[in-house]
Ligand binder design. Structure first.
Ligand code: TYM
Length: 332
C-alpha cells in the first residue's frame, strides 16, 4: 500500500511557494495514492502564535487546500492537535533521534537565528514531530518543497534507527516527492531568499488570497536586472531573479523551463512580467474565489476537519499500539 502524508503550517496566508512546491502536487497525487493532509498546528506553536489568529488561520489554510482541489471525502484532511498520537510518538522519537542529528538542521539555525538560547525546545525538536506525523501512518511518500528535504532525510534516519534498534521492520523508510519546475520558489524582492510567510515585506510573495491587481503589482515590482531574459539555462548564472520568474512561469503554465526560455529568451522583462501576471491571475483567481466562499462557511470547514480527525485517529490508534508493544510499554 502506498500512502502519502504531507503537512502545512496554519500560520497565515498560503503563498505561491506553498502552492507550486506542495499543494498543487498534492492535488495531482490524489488519483494514485491514499492521502493524508495535515494542518500542523503543533508545529506552528514552536514559535509564538496568537491563539485567535491560529484558530482562524487553521480554517483559512484548510479552505485553501479544499479550494485548490483536495478532496476531503476521498482523502483525509485534519489538524494535528486533534490526533494526540502525534505528540505521543514524537516523544518516543525524541528518544531515538540524536542531538548531533538535530544540531545539523539548517532550518533550526535559520529560525533560531543568533538568539538560539531563547528558541523554544519545540523548535529544536520540530523534525522529530515531523517524523511522528509521517511514520504514525506508515506513510511511504511525502510530497514537499525543496526546503523540507533535510528534514525528510532525518525522518528516514529515525525510521531506520528505530527499526534497527528494536529489530523490527515496523516503519517503511518514506520517500520524499519533490516535483515540478518550482520546487523552491524564491522571494520576488531577492532571488537568493526563499519565498516565505515570515518575510516582513508582503511584496516578496504572492499570497493565494491576493486579488488580480495586487498580483500584477507585485510581479511588476519584482526585482530583476537590466539584461534581456536569458536564452538558455546557463544564462541563469548570477541571475537568480530571472531563474525564479521563469521557473514560476513554467510551473504555472505546466511546461518546462526550457519551453519558457524558448518562448521569452532574449526579450524584455517588462513584456514577460505582463504575461506572467496574466498567467498567475488565471491560475490563482479561481482558487481565491473558492477559498473566499469556503472561509464564509466555517461550519463546513470545521466538519471536514472533524471527519478527518476521526478517520486519522482510527488509523493512528492501532499503529501507535503496535509501536508501544515494540518499545516495551506495558499495555494491561
Ligand atoms: P510549511 O508550512 O513551511 O510549507 C508547506 C509546504 O510548502 C512548501 N514550501 C515551498 N515550496 C517551494 N518554494 C517555497 N518558497 C516554499 N515554501 C514552502 C514546503 O516545502 C512544504 O512542503 N515542516 C513542514 C510541515 C510539516 C510536514 C510534516 C511536511 C509538518 N509535518 C510531515 C511533510 C510531512 C513545514 O513547515 O511546511
Amino acid at each position: 500500500m502506498n500512502r502519502i502524508f504531507s503537512g502545512v503550517q496554519p500560520t497565515g496566508n498560503l503563498h505561491l511557494g506553498n502552492y507550486l512546491g506542495a499543494i498543487r502536487n498534492w492535488v495531482r497525487l490524489q488519483d494514485d495514492y491514499e492521502c493524508m493532509f495535515c494542518l500542523v498546528d503543533l508545529h506552528a506553536i514552536t514559535v509564538w502564535q496568537d491563539p485567535v489568529a491560529l484558530r482562524s488561520n487553521t480554517r483559512e489554510v484548510t479552505a485553501g487546500l479544499l479550494a485548490a482541489g483536495i478532496d476531503p471525502k476521498k482523502h483525509i484532511v485534519f489538524n494535528q492537535s486533534q490526533v494526540p498520537c502525534h505528540a505521543e510518538l514524537a516523544w518516543i522519537f525524541n528518544c531515538v533521534a540524536r542531538l548531533g542529528w538535530l544540531n545539523r538542521m539548517t532550518q533550526f539555525k535559520e529560525k533560531a537565528g543568533k538568539n538560539r538560547e531563547k528558541a523554544s525546545v519545540g523548535l529544536y525538536a520540530y523534525p522529530n514531530l515531523m517524523a511522528a506525523d509521517i511514520l504514525l501512518y506508515k506513510a511511504t511518500h511525502v510530497p514537499v518543497g525543496e526546503d523540507q528535504k533535510q528534514h525528510l532525510e532525518l525522518v528516514r534516519d529515525i525510521a531506520t534507527k528505530f527499526n534497527n534498534d528494536f529489530g523490527t521492520a515496523l516503519f517503511p523508510v518514506p520517500e520524499p516527492l519533490i516535483l515540478g519546475e518550482a520546487t523552491r520558489v524564491m522571494s520576488l524582492r531577492d532571488g537568493s531568499n526563499k519565498m516565505s510567510k515570515s518575510d516582513p515585506s508582503d511584496l516578496s510573495r504572492i499570497n493565494m488570497t491576493d486579488d488580480a491587481d495586487t498580483i500584477a503589482k507585485k510581479i511588476r515590482k519584482a526585482k530583476t536586472d537590466p539584461e534581456p531574459l536569458p536564452t538558455s539555462q546557463e544564462g541563469f548564472k548570477g541571475r537568480p531573479e530571472a531563474a525564479n520568474l521563469m521557473g514560476i512561469y513554467a510551473a504555472l503554465s505546466d511546461t518546462s523551463v526550457n519551453d519558457v526560455l524558448n518562448k521569452f529568451g532574449g526579450g524584455q522583462f517588462s513584456t514577460f512580467k505582463q504575461k506572467l501576471a496574466d498567467l498567475a491571475v488565471s491560475v490563482l483567481g479561481p482558487i481565491d474565489s473558492e477559498m473566499r466562499r469556503l472561509t464564509g462557511d466555517p461550519a463546513y470547514v470545521d466538519s471536514v476537519l472533524k471527519d478527518g480527525a476521526d478517520r486519522a485517529n482510527a488509523i493512528a490508534g492501532p499503529i501507535l499500539a503496535e509501536i508501544q508493544e515494540v518499545v516495551g510499554f506495558l499495555r494491561p
